[in-house]
Each structure stands twice: as structure tokens, then as C-alpha cells.
Write a protein that binds this ligand. Structure first.
Ligand SMILES: [Zn+2]
Length: 248
């Protein structure tokens, strides 16, 4: 029997699954009871922006802070691999999950966790990724573009993890992200729309590639005058080949 069913929009499961998850996040934020000074301030709406926390160099010790201040945070499971350890009697197997989170507007994080069950590993990795969220300085460092808006990176950034080295270069507006899928996804979650990515080493290990991207983005932050060329810095004076090598 040939029946062609044209589905419009999302399926029931997608719709309800999504709703459940949104509810869950909103509920978690509402039911959250802060246990830290910073948490109480966030709950009382005294601190309303996560950038304020980053600028003051405060440590976030509760996921409630992040759930409240970044309600549009998305998470994505990048890989789940099984890792084995030999014991006296048998092999102990665990799953290692790698998760990236981001709000698509200048905040990104990565986390990994191991557990006997994959589901538990994913949940733990999401929490770890939330704690690892960093602000991403966006800008336009492209010589061809010079538009001065926040669509790309302000400078060329480098990051390393294990054998993998990643170089992220500013690209002109409309080019998109030229990178492999996980790297592209991470840059999207960070809020970067246009960039070139070059990598070398064993890039098959996704965790290492993404950690290298994370460190590259982090390196832009740690530069002393990073804020000064974040926006509107597309002039010829903008440093183009600054290698950023954050300490491991
Ligand atoms: Zn531009």
C-alpha cells in the first residue's frame, strides 16, 4: 500500500519532548534554592547578567545561577564512547559523554563525564559543561569584511588539546563556518556565524578537537586588551596574527 503522508512541522513526540524539557528547565530554575551568596543575589534579581559575574571574576558554584541567567542555553551531546579498565577479574566498562552547551550569543561551555550508564554520563557532562561556561568575545577581524559587527572573531585564535591543534580565523560576513561538524556546532553555540577553522593532529577524537576550540576562544578572553578590539576593530591596525596559547 502506497500512502504518502506529508507531515507538517514537528511530530507529536518532538513537540511534547521539547515542551517537557523546557518545563523541566523552568521548573528547576523556579524550585532552585540557592546555597551561595551569589546564588541568593541571582534569585533576588540583584545580579541579572552572567557577564557581570564573569567581569567580577566570581566563581559559579551552582547550576541554578546558569539556568536562571541563561534561559536560552542549549546542550548537545557530541559523543558517547565506551572506555574500559582492566581489573583482576574482568573488564569494567563505562561510558564517557562529551557535551557542549551555549546560548548562541557569546557563551559556550564543554564538559565530559563517565558513568556506568550512558544517560547518567550525559547528565553529569551537562552539569560539567555548565560550570565551564566562558564568555566568547565576538567581533569582526576579517580584512576583507571590516564591518565591525559581532559576526566573527576579533582575531586569529589558537588552542591545543592533546595532539590536536585548532586555529580559528575571522572570516567575512556571510561565509559561514568552515569547519568539521562538531567544531561548527560548537562555534554556532558560541554565537560565531563566520569563521575558518584549521586543525591538525588526531582530530578523530572529538573531545580533544572541541577542547582545543574551547581553549582558543578562552585565549581571546585572557588577552589584556581583548575588549578593546571586540567590536568595531576591523581597521588595518587590528592585530591579525596574534597567537594565543593559554596555559594548560
Ligand atoms: Zn565583518
Amino acid at each position: 500500500m502506497n500512502r504518502h503522508v506529508i507531515r507538517k512541522g514537528k511530530t507529536r513526540r518532538e513537540r511534547f519532548g521539547q515542551r517537557r524539557r523546557d518545563d523541566a528547565q523552568a521548573e528547576a530554575a523556579a524550585a532552585w534554592e540557592p546555597r551561595t551568596e551569589l546564588g541568593r543575589k541571582v534569585k533576588a534579581h540583584e545580579v541579572t547578567s552572567i557577564d557581570e559575574i564573569f567581569n567580577n571574576g566570581k566563581h559559579i558554584a551552582e547550576t541554578g545561577v546558569i539556568d536562571t541567567l541563561l534561559p536560552n542555553l542549549q546542550d548537545e551531546v557530541v559523543e558517547i564512547v565506551s572506555v574500559q579498565r582492566m581489573t583482576k577479574n574482568n573488564r569494567k566498562m563505562k561510558f564517557r559523554a562529551t557535551v557542549i552547551v551555549g546560548d548562541g550569543a557569546g557563551h559556550v561551555g564543554i564538559g565530559a563525564a563517565k558513568d556506568i550508564e550512558s544517560r547518567a554520563a550525559v547528565n553529569a557532562a551537562i552539569v560539567a559543561a555548565k560550570y565551564n561556561i566562558i564568555p566568547v568575545i565576538l567581533g569582526c577581524g576579517s580584512m576583507q569584511c571590516r564591518c565591525g559587527t559581532r559576526h566573527s572573531l576579533p582575531i586569529t585564535a589558537r588552542g591545543k588539546c592533546g595532539s590536536v591543534e585548532v586555529i580559528l580565523k575571522p572570516a567575512p560576513r556571510g561565509l559561514g563556518i568552515v569547519a568539521n561538524k562538531p567544531v561548527r556546532r560548537m562555534l554556532q553555540l558560541a554565537g560565531v556565524s563566520d569563521a575558518w577553522s584549521f586543525s591538525k593532529g588526531r582530530t578523530r577524537v572529538k573531545y580533544n578537537s572541541l577542547m582545543a576550540v574551547y581553549r582558543a576562544l578562552q585565549g581571546v578572553n585572557s588577552m589584556k586588551n581583548a575588549q578593546s578590539f571586540a567590536v568595531g576593530s576591523a581597521g588595518a591596525e587590528a592585530p591579525q596574527q596574534v597567537a594565543v596559547q593559554p596555559a594548560t
